[in-house]
Ligand binder design. Structure first.
Ligand code: FAD
Ligand code: MLT
Ligand code: ZN
Length: 456
């Protein structure tokens, strides 16, 4: 192992190979505090050539790597199981000039979403995906997880924003497709394959990102509703009446109470209601009047508030965006991120409390999500000793409703045993064959997405 450390030091410089327990600690535990493991060393390369050197050194010694970006992932995929070299990509922060005619830009994998947003906005452009972890989540991590976020209904998930990528494979070779051609039908789409591969097929080092026009005028509405079914019923009316709609987010009374207590926020309305939907419209010209008119005509809305100025919009968004932090502040949650067909979302919300209580009676359930996609974030607090039972019962219910066990966070380490609920045996065999072809010795993120194989 001394040989490996020396090779790693030669690859990235002494100060970027961390072996001290205190220095490694922040990298070894995930954002939720639920997943952690000890890394042999944390290695912080500065560019693609250094990543290649690190991969070659690890391959030489047969030491696996765990790949990490901003460490905001919520399924344990970016932290070690134990003994791996942890490859942190946060120093890959090169940002190239925005290609304005193409509306694209090439950035290092360690650039955060917030950095990219600021870079694009100088040119009147923006990033299609947005999420609350924007100041830490990296573009490499977002592509690796095919992140979703709060604007999927308008722009799609991260895969739809990717025009090209550079990646280091497990043998140290480099794939580079950063040309950003709008049309390119030359065989297997390897870049798309890397999207959502959760670091199991290659290490993304640079990304060519599609940008969208920045929409300077925005308005936000918060609707109070009697239940999730009403939220789902309103969606066709909202989509038809509001061409400028970019976000439709759902949260419930318990989540709002937790957020208000955590962040010290005032109540949004004089009375409390069972369910809330937050809408954002964004356009070149002010969408406020249209939003006000459409909301006024909606059936079954118990109360509503509309904000146009930036401070008012932020205040309404805080009720939704603060959910993740408020939940984490209340304890280490079991977080499950699922999608069901939209028509089944009310059934899922209705059946979850009794299903979970049957295996873990004392837990607290906090539900919220991206309602347009049928994406529910199921957060279970006080479930530490019953984590597997809770996961099992929730994911089986989702599967019964013909849903997916991962909507946007990925499988990570958290859901590997349940992958068969969403993928057939044939599909898993095909995925394993792709993994074996690109990483025959199982060196990249073993135990993430697919069960780790013991290689002879
Ligand atoms: P990490 O956590 O470091 O890694 C995530 C996975 O990607 C791991 O498997 C890792 O091995 C792999 N990986 C990382 N970088 C690379 C790379 N360069 N090459 C290959 N593999 C790599 N997610 C959503 O989808 N939607 C949301 O709305 C959303 N909101 C969030 C809000 C908060 C407050 C938090 C804490 C998280 C949220 N997330 C959300 C989850 C998280 O931000 C995303 O999964 C994000 O894409 C992770 O990026 P990261 O750089 O932190 O990746
Ligand atoms: C969100 O939509 O806020 C995220 O996916 C994070 C979470 O699930 O907590
Ligand atoms: Zn989400």
């Amino acid at each position: 192992m001394g040989t490996l450390l020396n090779a790693l030091r030669r690859a990235v410089g002494d100060e970027h190979v961390l072996v001290d327990h205190d220095l490694k600690r922040a990298y070894e535990t995930d954002w939720t505090g639920r997943f952690s493991g000890t890394a042999h060393a944390v290695v912080r390369p500065a560019d693609t050539a250094e990543v290649v050197a690190v991969v070659r050194a690890c391959r030489e010694e047969g030491t696996p790597l765990v790949i990490q970006g901003g460490n905001t992932g919520l399924v344990g995929g970016g932290v070690p199981a134990g003994g791996e070299v942890l490859l942190s990509l946060t120093r890959l922060t090169a940002v190239r000039e925005v290609d304005v005619p193409a509306a694209q830009v090439t950035v290092g994998a360690g650039v955060t979403l917030g950095m990219l947003q600021r870079h694009a906005r100088v040119h009147g452009l923006d990033v299609g995906v947005d999420l609350a972890a924007r100041d830490s989540a990296t573009i490499g991590g977002m592509v690796a997880t095919n992140a979703g976020g709060v604007r999927v209904l308008r722009y799609g998930s991260m895969r739809a924003q990717v025009a090209g990528a550079e990646a280091v494979l497990a043998d140290g070779s480099v794939i580079s497709r950063l040309g950003g051609l709008a049309k390119d039908n030359t065989g297997y789409d390897l870049v798309s394959l890397l999207c959502g591969s959760e670091g199991t097929l290659g290490i993304l080092t640079q990304l060519r990102v599609r940008l969208v026009p920045q929409l300077p005028a925005a308005a936000v509405a918060l609707l109070a509703l009697s239940d999730t079914a009403t939220a789902v019923d309103l969606l066709p009316v909202l989509r038809a009446g509001l061409p400028s709609l970019v976000a439709a987010e759902l949260f419930l009374a318990d989540g709002l109470a937790l957020v208000r207590a955590h962040a010290g926020l005032p109540p949004p309305f004089p009375s409390a209601y069972p369910a809330y939907v937050l809408l954002e419209c964004a356009a070149v010209t002010d969408p406020t009047q249209r939003l006000v008119d459409v909301v006024a005509e909606l059936p079954d809305v118990l109360d509503s508030a509309v904000a146009t100025d930036a401070a008012g919009r932020r205040a309404l968004w805080a009720y939704r965006e603060q959910h993740t932090e408020a939940i984490n502040a209340a304890g280490v949650p079991v977080k499950l991120d699922v999608t069901v067909p939209l028509g089944s979302l009310p059934t899922l919300v209705e059946r979850l409390p009794s299903a979970v209580a049957a295996v873990a009676p004392e837990v607290r359930l906090v539900l919220f999500g991206h309602v347009n996609e049928g994406n529910l974030h199921v957060n279970v607090l006080d479930a530490a000793t019953r984590a597997d039972a809770v996961t099992d019962v929730v994911l089986r219910l989702v599967s019964e409703l013909r849903g997916s066990i991962s909507s946007e966070h990925g499988i990570g380490r958290a859901k590997v045993p349940w992958l068969g609920l969403s993928r057939s045996a044939t599909e898993i065999t095909a995925m394993q064959a792709v993994k074996d072809a690109l990483d025959p010795r199982g060196l990249l993120n073993p135990g993430v997405l697919l069960a780790a194989r013991v290689t002879p």
